[in-house]
Ligand binder design. Structure first.
Ligand SMILES: NC(=O)c1ccc[n+]([C@@H]2O[C@H](COP(=O)([O-])OP(=O)(O)OC[C@H]3O[C@@H](n4cnc5c(N)ncnc54)[C@H](O)[C@@H]3O)[C@@H](O)[C@H]2O)c1
Length: 375
């Protein structure tokens, strides 16, 4: 008997949907795209034409998820629209691959995770960097303890976006983009940084809107204290003319950085550094124990397919994807209140919910002054 391939539907047929399509097509022995859906029928039709075959076009996602031959739904809608479609898909018995950010708040993440569990369905989130060879080499070095005690880390996610970028209706607004550069651009590198550095204890941050005429932040800077004693600094912006996407992690004498490079030092008599070639080679040797990896959406799609087949959790499941949302929530809270925020963020904290966060958060060019707000 020929085993049926998983039926796939794509909801939201904008920029990122094409990456999902290409990734599912790379796993064509296991799955087949059967439906595409967008509020704008011309966008759905365009994607259906690209895919070819018997792909049906929809404008209402509820019709798509009621189809029995759909097993997996990719949510490629703007951030504010993730939750409704994800919950409806789980309730209809589908597995879900949701685009980042999983949701606008911790409360929404928790609701999605809970509904997935209740319906015994898999939730994977598109953090495609998690499957890359370079980041997995860095993770392997840390897992093996090759840096010994991690002391300091630094992350830059410095980009530039022009005026017309924010003319897309959902961008630039708290209730639709659900935040600015922190939650939408820096999130990928921040997710990797947290994955490598470990559990965050506290966050001190600033956000600002320096260049664009938008409600959300276009600059974000934070100092993170980790429970292993390390300290880290993270910067994100869409207002930097000088682009820089980089990361460094230091142990006492050894370090790794992205773009991938290994570092090792010994000190001379005066305490100044001398390159330790043997130490660098040791790090390279450990890193080279990892040779696999993929840099595009084949990572999350393959992860979800494997999770369904083996009935295990995806590597980047809801709980993993929630971690970065907690730190981002703390960045917004700290920047608004002008004080350090300790994790975890409690369910009774007004910043836990989307309505609380979006009501309280500093918007646009408002001054960031310490206030007496509770929580
Ligand atoms: N993983 C990545 O590297 C990456 C890159 C870009 C975007 N994204 C994420 O992907 C998501 C979509 O971003 P995009 O750039 O493709 O946006 P986009 O505006 O190009 O596309 C979104 C599409 O969703 C449609 N849509 C909105 N609500 C809908 C609904 N209820 N039902 C059906 N269709 C609906 C819109 O009409 C639009 O065509 C966002 O969450 C974004 O953060 C991820």
């Amino acid at each position: 008997m020929v085993k049926r391939r998983f039926g796939v539907a794509i909801i939201g047929c904008g920029i990122i949907s094409l990456e999902h399509v290409k990734a599912y097509q790379a796993f064509s022995e296991q799955c087949e795209i059967k439906a595409v859906c967008d509020l704008l029928p011309e966008k759905a039709s365009k994607l259906a034409n690209f895919i070819g075959g018997n792909v049906r076009v929809y404008t209402d996602f509820k019709e798509v998820i009621s189809r029995e031959d759909i097993d997996i739904v990719s949510i490629c809608t703007p951030p504010f629209a993730h939750k409704e479609a994800v919950i409806a898909a789980f309730t209809a018995g589908k597995h879900v691959l949701c685009e980042k950010p999983l949701a606008a708040s911790l409360a929404d993440c928790d609701e999605m995770i809970e509904v997935a569990t209740k319906n015994n369905r898999k939730l994977a989130v598109s953090f495609q960097y998690r499957y890359r060879q370079d980041f997995n080499k860095m993770k392997h070095i840390l897992n093996r303890g090759s840096l010994e005690r991690v002391t300091f880390g630094q992350l830059n996610g410095l980009y530039w976006r022009g005026k017309s970028y924010y003319e897309v209706d959902w961008r630039g607004k708290w209730n639709t983009e659900c935040g600015g550069v922190t939650i939408n651009h820096e999130i990928h590198m921040l997710d990797i940084f947290l994955w490598l550095m470990g559990e965050v204890e506290s966050v001190s941050a600033e956000i600002e809107t320096v260049l664009h005429d938008i409600e959300v932040e276009d600059v974000s800077m934070a100092v993170l204290r980790f429970s292993n004693g390390a300290i880290g600094q993270v910067n994100g912006t869409v207002s930097s003319v000088i682009g820089d996407v980089s990361m460094s992690i230091s142990g006492e004498n050894k370090g790794v950085s992205f773009p991938l490079k290994y570092h090792a030092l010994i000190e001379n008599d005066g305490g100044f550094p001398i390159q330790d070639q043997q130490g660098i080679e040791e790090l390279e040797k450990v890193a080279n124990e990892i040779e696999v990896g993929t840099s595009d959406h084949r990572g999350p799609v393959g992860d979800l397919l494997q999770a369904i087949i083996s009935d295990e959790d995806p590597i980047v499941n809801g709980i993993e994807a929630r971690k970065v949302i907690e730190v981002i929530t703390a960045i917004y809270k700290s920047a608004t209140q002008g004080k350090r925020v300790y994790l975890p963020i409690d369910k009774n904290d007004p910043w836990y919910s989307t309505t609380g966060l979006q009501r309280l958060v500093k918007k646009g060019k408002q001054n960031s002054l310490p206030t007496e707000q509770s929580g």
